[in-house]
Every structure is written in structure tokens, then in C-alpha cells.
Design a protein around this ligand. Sequence first.
Ligand SMILES: Cc1cc2nc3c(=O)[nH]c(=O)nc-3n(C[C@H](O)[C@H](O)[C@H](O)COP(=O)(O)OP(=O)(O)OC[C@H]3O[C@@H](n4cnc5c(N)ncnc54)[C@H](O)[C@@H]3O)c2cc1C
Length: 391
Amino acid sequence: MGAGFGGIKTAKLLKPLQRRGLIELALVDRRDYFLFTPLLPELIFGRLRSDEVAIPLVSLLDKRTTFYHQEIIAVDLERRQVRLKKTILTFDILVIATGAKADIFFPAESSRIYKFQDIDDALRLSDKIEKALLLASQESDEQRRRQLLSFAVLGAGPTGVELAAHIQEQLLNQQKHFLSAGSHLRDNEFSVKLISRGQEILASFPAWMRAEARKCFDKIGVEIIFNSLAESLSPRGIVLQNGQEIMAENIIWAAGLKAQTPEFLGNQPVAVNGRLEITPELLMKGHRNVLCLGDSSCLLVNGGPLPGLAQVANQQAVVAARNIEALVLNKPLRPFVYKHRGEFLTLGKKSALGNLWGWHLRSRLARIFWALIYCIKVPSLKTKRRLPRYL
Ligand SMILES: Cc1cc2nc3c(=O)[nH]c(=O)nc-3n(C[C@H](O)[C@H](O)[C@H](O)COP(=O)(O)OP(=O)(O)OC[C@H]3O[C@@H](n4cnc5c(N)ncnc54)[C@H](O)[C@@H]3O)c2cc1C
């Protein structure tokens, strides 16, 4: 279940078992494409097109795999059945890799908030930036113009930091098209604020990357508001727990995710944020034929859960496929051990930071390595051909 990073790789690695006729494999997803999320922020610049970030599943799946382009409605673990919108599937072994989605704290106001999880979200945000500039250019009142062009990103993890940098750069680049004679817009009437609940940004990143990102924000003019927990929305923006109001016409959510498993698994015990607690062998606790991986799972290592990262899901897929083979052949299961490979952070069209094999990569060099690494990783020839334009 789920054709994201974990599901698609598990399916790919199960090909030999399929070929040997040892298993029949079905894959289910509500999407008919695989979303390569690390490239999603690039849609804001329009440098990549949506069909280069969302890769059709038909191009990735083995013809022996049956794909169900449907919503998962419910799972009955006792009867070994998965109920989809139009089909009921039975299974011997189930893999849950359904990821996580934005967990917006203000459900009643969620239509005012821009999520950033899928193609539509990225296109909607890119459209919003342009519309805000257009409206501001037709507005004679300066206060109102500044309000229209105020953006706040909630959440200072990697997605929030990348978004704040990309939005700032896009506003700066796009404003020149609206500064013509007859326009009310003046230079730099926009603002981008990054709201962090703690006293740092990028809490899980190395200290040097946090410092470089803050230096970059100082330079490009993104304001960071620390120790601020958003409590509610007001007509003008966001109200923080300490009562302070932050002016923000456009609010972007990058503050938290929740696994989707409780929606179809019912009352199964979950750990943090709806994620299913799993054993080191990636088995759902108490179920020897149900594996769970990626953002929908919670494997506690040194007392804390592994981060919600594509590289975790990818590495877990390798062990999941091996353990499925072991279950089929009645062999012992292997535990999963996570190896962190480093991280990238894009801070604009040409700028990035990279922590790779102990190297500290900055600005243009980091962007070049970023393009090279994703050129290798992205499973689409069309996208591979487009990435060298970053070099
Ligand atoms: C903007 C952005 C940038 C990111 N950048 C990075 C990065 O640079 N590096 C990194 O390591 N990680 C990055 N991540 C995190 C990474 O995308 C996730 O950790 C990864 O996708 C998790 O893989 P997964 O297989 O668990 O879930 P996903 O890849 O999210 O796949 C889950 C799949 O399940 C499907 N699904 C869920 N529920 C249902 C249902 N009820 N019915 C049918 N189908 C369902 C979904 O449609 C989806 O296709 C980023 C995330 C975002 C949002």
C-alpha cells in the first residue's frame, strides 16, 4: 500500500521473487504517479515541469505487478483484506508505506493555508505569488500592498527553510514585471517570515548548515521569528501563543505531518503522529505478516523515532524486500540499521548547502552536487535530462 519512496522501491526489489513465480504483487495508490518530493520546490521557479517531478507509475512498474489506482478505505488485519474504493484485495503479506500528510492545527481555517506536499500545492503557491504581485500593483494604499505581499512559512525544518528562500527569491525576481509605469507597486514591498517554534531553525541538521542558512536569510532578507508557536489565525495573519500577531496574508504550512494509517487501520496502537510502531525487522507490532516503513512507521532508535526522510524509506525498502523473501522462504528476518548519508538544502535557484560524505558544500558547488546526485536518483530519463541545466 502506497507507491511513494518506500512502496515503489520495495515493489522494484521484489521483481526476482515475482519472476520466480513465488509471489503475486499488487500495488495500491490514490495517485497514478510517483512524486519525487525533493524536486517539488523547483516548481515554484518553473525550472522543472510538473511531469518531471511526478513520474507516471506505469513507467516504473514491472508488467507482472497489478496496480490499483484507488483510495485505501480500510484494512482488516484478521481477515487479511484491504478494502479499496471499488475492490477488495486479500493478502498473505501486507506492506504499509502510505507516508504522511500535513497535520494542520487549525482545521476550520485550513482553506486559508497553503500546504506543500503535492504538485497541485506547488502550482497553487506559485500562482499565488504571481497573483499577490498583480493585486498589489493595482492597489494604491501602501499598507494594503504590504499586507497583500506578506508571506509567512510555519515550521523551520528543511521544507519550511527551502520554501521561505524560494518564495523570497521568486518575489524578488517576479516583482520587476510589476514595477512598470502605472503600477502602484514599489521596490521590495513584500515580506517573508519564517516561524520557528524553537530557538533554532533546521533542528536536525548539523550546526554549520544551520549557521549558513541563517546567514543566507540575513542576506536575502527573510525574517526568522524564533520561539513562536502559532495558536490561531486572525483576519490579518497568525496569532502566536504569547498573544503577538504576525501580519501574513499568505500562510504556508511546513509545521508537521501525520501518518495516514489510523484512517484505514482503525484503533491499532500508534506512536507519535499516527505512525505505527514497528520492530527492527520492520514488522507491525504483533503482526508477523504486516510490514510498515517510511513516514507511516515509527522505529525507535536511541529513544527517538527515525526522521521522515526519503532516504529512510529507501533504505527500509531494501530490508523490507529481503524480509518478505525470508517470510516466503521461511528464513530468519534481518533487522534494519539506518545509515544517514547526509543532506541537501536548496536556498534559491543557484544556491544550496550540502553535507555529503563529511564534505561541507556551499552555494553554487552545492547546487551542482545536488543536481548530480538527483540526476542519479530520480527514476525518470526525462527529468535526468533537465537536471544538468543547474550545472
Ligand atoms: C516538499 C518536500 C520535500 C522533501 N524533500 C526531501 C529531501 O530532500 N530528502 C529526503 O530524504 N526527504 C525529503 N522529503 C520527505 C520525503 O518525501 C518523505 O520522507 C518520503 O516521501 C517518505 O516516503 P514514504 O514511502 O513513506 O511515503 P510517500 O513517499 O509519501 O508515499 C506514500 C504514498 O501513499 C499514498 N497513499 C497514502 N494514503 C493513501 C490511501 N489512503 N489510499 C491510497 N494511497 C495512499 C500516497 O498517495 C503516496 O503516493 C520531502 C518532503 C516534502 C513534502
